[in-house]
Design a protein around this ligand. Structure first.
Ligand SMILES: [Zn+2]
Length: 98
């Protein structure tokens, strides 16, 4: 079942907010989101038990809707290959306590 996203709020210096039509909300710090990057490279790093190296100041240069599928974020560290699917973000919202 897919619940529609009704709002996306990008604070490029701090956080990403997503709201779903059933009232669930996600508000996640950019550093946390970056460390959860779903691209193959970052998954490989995490599978080796390492953590993603974050720059001391991380911001989102842009965040663009990727069709109906999710959100593509370009990071200030040059990383841009990860696309955050709505389903992934929604499961994060559950963990965060939304
Ligand atoms: Zn990545």
């Amino acid at each position: 079942m897919t619940v529609a996203v009704v709002d996306v709020i990008v604070d490029r210096e701090r956080s990403l907010g997503v709201a779903w039509e059933d009232g669930r909300r996600l508000d996640i710090a950019l550093g946390e989101l970056r460390s959860l990057c779903p691209c193959a490279g970052c998954i490989g790093v995490r599978e080796q038990g390492a953590s993603i190296q974050l720059p001391s100041s991380l911001s989102a240069i842009s965040a663009e809707l990727h069709g109906n599928w999710g959100l593509a974020i370009r990071w200030s560290d040059g990383h841009e290959t990860g696309i955050y699917g709505w389903e992934m973000l929604r499961s994060l919202a559950g963990e965060v306590g939304g």
